[in-house]
Every structure is written in structure tokens, then in C-alpha cells.
Design a protein around this ligand. Structure first.
Ligand code: GLN
Length: 454
């Protein structure tokens, strides 16, 4: 049914970079065989899924929407993909993104943008616009994304779906094509909070191949979501509204109106609402756009024309440096090059302390602000995105206009805390999302609170 749906709407939406119909049907048949043999199956066995194309899938192309990896077929599965296969979840295909997950609109994909199923003239968010659009357009019931600075949550918000960035270390990054390693996190996307939690249960947990993977057992997130579906689940839950985000500039009036209505609903359901001062959150975007490019410049050094993908041989005598330079010039798009340049500059001697060093200090201050906030509230709530989905082309000429779209989502990445976005209504007919953040390792709390509001 999902393959039929993909055939019907993919021409409009372009959520996928690759559809693996044969592979998906074969995996579905395998589930039937396991079931017939009396095997114990996961609750999601047979439920198909779409995977963001910066997550390695053995035997299926993985390009990160970049020319430099065009046609690259990984020889191994990411940890999360191994988990999907063990659970018997057929993989429908690989979804579109901004090149190497850099962007907020999917317009930076080397293979053309994804369109928002709510309005095909508008962006589906980014970088994981393909995953969220696939879920919103019923081209997949579930999807995987990666979130370095909002790339699961912001697309969820502007497509009217749910997206969760787990606690840093809660889901193994083994096999995720690294962008900013200290910020990157794989997470689930779906149309309901419970579906998101069920998928999180499949992909989460310890993995020795990711050195930042947390070695602990986690509660059932599906049970946490079900606990939220019980009447009175929000009674006495303390919800903080970070003043420096919620009263910040750049919010559309329709988004703020929807947020305040949603906060009223939380109050009606028994939550205690307070305003919280998070002085340093206003600096989070600036710090992120120094730290992330610094890590990008290092992580993307591996695309050197030798080890993976594209190789361009220039005219004249080809030496290593000239081949590498020609390959990277042809293989990377403008936004990726911009960030590599920013990153190498921020890390260069003479500027290191002023840029990278200062940004690291801001990161610590943001973490401290979270710790202070969570001393008096259980969760923080903000609009997920300052605006609804914008029209194509509106921000492509102005990188900073694109970057400020991340002002609400980035603090959680800097602090490594979990954050979820779920639909909170419409503004001018377009979806708006609310974001909840919780202390590190309290992912379950987010599922309970979100399910209660849903
Ligand atoms: N908009 C963010 C950026 O461009 C999204 C990054 C991400 O989460 N992958 O950096």
C-alpha cells in the first residue's frame, strides 16, 4: 500500500532519493516467514519505514544528498538500520535532505528540493524535509532522521507531524554520516506520539561502536506515551516557558498566538505554567554556527576523492592535491563549502580563542541555564519553529535568514537534552508545532507530556 502511495504522490512531493520496492517487499516476505515459523516478533514487525539518506544502508545508495557521494553503496548498515532489520521493519527507501544535513528547507539538496505536502509551493523544513514529508504524505508511517540543530523537529513542525531528538548518546550514531559529532543525534519521526515512541524503543540503547553511546537501560517509551493518554496525566506537571526564546524576535504572530492557545490548553489539563529566564539561549544560534562548522570542516575532510564516491581528475598533471581540490570543488554544494570555510576559519590559529573558544564557553553557559531551569520545572516548552513553512526561494539568498529559523531548536543540541515536536494546530491553514525539552535521559517524560497534549 505504501509503495502504491509513493507511486501516486512522489512526482509532486519528491520525499525520496531512492525507493527500494524490491528490498522492502522481500523484507516483508521475510516477516511473514518468521511469523509462520512461530517467531517472536517486535510490535513493529512488518511496519515499513523511510530512512534519511545520511544514514548508511547496506546495499542501498546513501548520498547525504551530495554529488560527492552520488551512487555510493555502503558496505555496512548503521546501528539503527540493523535494529530495523532485526525488528522486521521493511525499508521503503532513502529520504531527501539538505546536503549533509546542512539547512532548514531541503533546498540545499543536490537532487532538488522536497515539497511540503500541505502546500507544494512551500518548503517541508530541513534538513530532514524528506523524512517528515514522507510521513505527512502517507508515503511512510514512520521515518528516521538526524538532528544536529533541529533537523528532525523543525520539519516535523512545518509538516504537521511528530519528531523527536533523543538525549545525546541515547541512540547510536554508528553509520550516521557525521556533520557535527558533538551535536548529531538520530531520532524517530511519525504521525503520532505513540508511533514515535514505539520506533524510539526499536532504535535506542547502548552500542559499543559509538563511544558517546550511554550505557544504561531505558524505560519503554511506548509505555511512557500510553501513560500520557490517561486522564489527568498533566496534573501538577511543571512547564517552564523560556523567556529568551518565547519573547525573542522573529516569531510570526500566528505562531505566537497558537503557542499561547496551546499553553492555555496545558494549563486547563492541569499543568503549572511558569516563565523561566534562560539568559544565554539568545546566544545559542551564534555559538552553534561556530561550533557546528568547526566540526563540519573536520568531519568532511574524509571526502578526499580516494576513500569514497566522486573523483574528478583535472586537466594537466594530476597530483593528489589537484585531484582532491577538483573533486571537492565539483562535489560539494555552496552551503557545504560555506560551512567548511567558516569552520576552518574559526579553528585557525589566531582566531581559535576568539571564535571556537568563546563559542565553547557559551555552550557551557547554555548547559548551565538548562540545569538551573530544570531545578524548578519538569519540562520547557517553546514553539518549535518561529514561522510556518515558507515559500521556496524566500531565504536561499540570505544564509543568516535561514540560520535564525533554528533559534528554538539549537539550545537542546548544545546541551544534549532530549526535545520533541508535535502538532499544535494551524496558522493560516499551515501546521504549527510545539516543542518540549526535558533533562538529559528523561526522554520518557517527553512522551508522557506530549501524548497527554495530543
Ligand atoms: N538548520 C540546521 C543547520 O543548518 C539543521 C542541522 C541539522 O539538524 N542537521 O545546521
Amino acid at each position: 500500500a505504501h509503495l502504491d502511495r509513493i507511486r501516486a504522490v512522489e512526482g509532486d512531493v519528491h520525499a525520496y532519493l531512492a525507493v527500494d520496492a524490491e528490498g522492502a517487499l522481500e523484507q516483508a516476505a521475510e516477516v511473514d516467514r518468521r511469523r509462520a515459523a512461530g517467531g517472536v516478533l517486535s510490535p513493529l514487525a512488518g511496519v515499513p519505514i523511510a530512512v534519511k539518506d545520511n544514514i548508511a544502508t547496506k546495499g542501498v545508495t546513501t548520498t547525504a544528498a551530495s554529488r560527492i557521494l552520488e551512487g555510493w553503496v555502503p558496505p555496512y548498515d548503521a546501528h539503527v538500520v540493523e535494529r530495523l532489520r532485526e525488528a522486521g521493519m521493511p525499508i521503503l527507501g532513502k529520504t531527501n535532505l539538505d546536503e549533509f544535513a546542512m539547512g532548514s528547507s531541503t533546498e540545499h539538496s543536490a537532487y532538488g528540493p522536497t515539497r511540503n505536502p500541505w502546500d507544494l509551493d512551500r518548503i517541508p523544513g530541513g534538513s530532514g524535509g524528506g523524512s517528515s514529508a514522507a510521513v505527512a504524505a502517507y508515503e511512510a508511517p514512520l521515518a528516521l532522521g538526524t538532528d544536529t540543530g533541529g533537523s528532525i523537529r523543525q520539519p516535523a513542525a512545518v509538516t504537521g507531524t511528530v519528531g523527536m531528538k533523543p538525549t545525546y548518546g541515547g541512540v547510536s550514531r554508528y553509520g550516521a554520516l557525521a556533520m557535527g559529532s558533538s551535536l548529531d543525534q538520530i531520532g524517530p519521526a511519525a504521525r503520532t506520539v505513540l508511533d514515535t515512541a514505539l520506533l524510539h524503543d526499536v532504535i535506542g540503547g547502548h552500542d559499543t561502536r559509538d563511544q558517546t553511546s550511554i550505557n544504561q537501560s531505558w524505560p519503554s517509551f511506548a509505555d511512557a506515551a500510553r501513560a500520557g493518554q490517561v486522564d489527568g496525566a498533566l496534573k501538577g506537571v511543571r512547564v517552564g516557558l523560556p523567556r529568551q526564546i518565547c519573547e525573542g524576535e522573529g516569531f510570526e504572530p500566528g505562531v505566537l498566538e497558537n503557542f499561547s492557545t496551546t499553553v492555555d490548553r496545558l494549563r486547563d489539563l492541569g499543568a503549572e505554567i511558569t516563565w523561566i529566564d534562560t539568559e544565554t539561549f539568545g546566544y545559542a544560534v551564534a555559538a552553534y554556527y561556530l561550533l557546528m562548522p568547526a566540526e563540519v570542516s573536520s568531519n568532511l575532510a574524509r571526502y578526499d576523492s580516494v576513500r569514497y564516491g566522486l573523483r574528478v581528475t583535472p586537466e594537466g598533471t594530476p597530483n593528489v592535491e589537484r585531484v582532491m581540490s577538483a573533486t571537492r570543488a565539483a562535489g560539494f554544494g555552496d552551503e557545504v563549502k560555506r560551512r567548511i570555510l567558516l569552520g576552518t576559519y574559526a579553528l585557525s590559529s589566531g582566531y581559535y580563542d576568539a571564535y571556537y573558544g568563546s563559542a565553547q564557553k557559551v555552550r557551557t553557559l547554555v548547559q548551565n541555564d538548562f540545569a538551573d531551569a530544570f531545578a524548578s520545572v519538569d519540562v520547557l516548552a517553546t514553539p518549535t519553529s518561529p514561522t510556518v513553512a515558507w515559500a521556496f526561494g524566500e531565504r536561499t539568498e540570505d544564509p543568516t535568514a535561514m540560520y535564525v529559523a533554528d533559534l528554538t531548536t539549537i539550545p537542546a543540541n548544545l546541551a544534549g537534552v532530549p526535545a520533541i515536536s508535535l502538532p499544535s494546530g494551524l496558522s493560516d491553514g499551515l501546521p504549527v508545532g510545539i516543542q518540549f525539552m526535558a533533562p538529559a535521559r528523561e526522554d520518557a517524560r517527553l512522551y508522557t507530556v506530549s501524548a497527554a497534549l495530543e
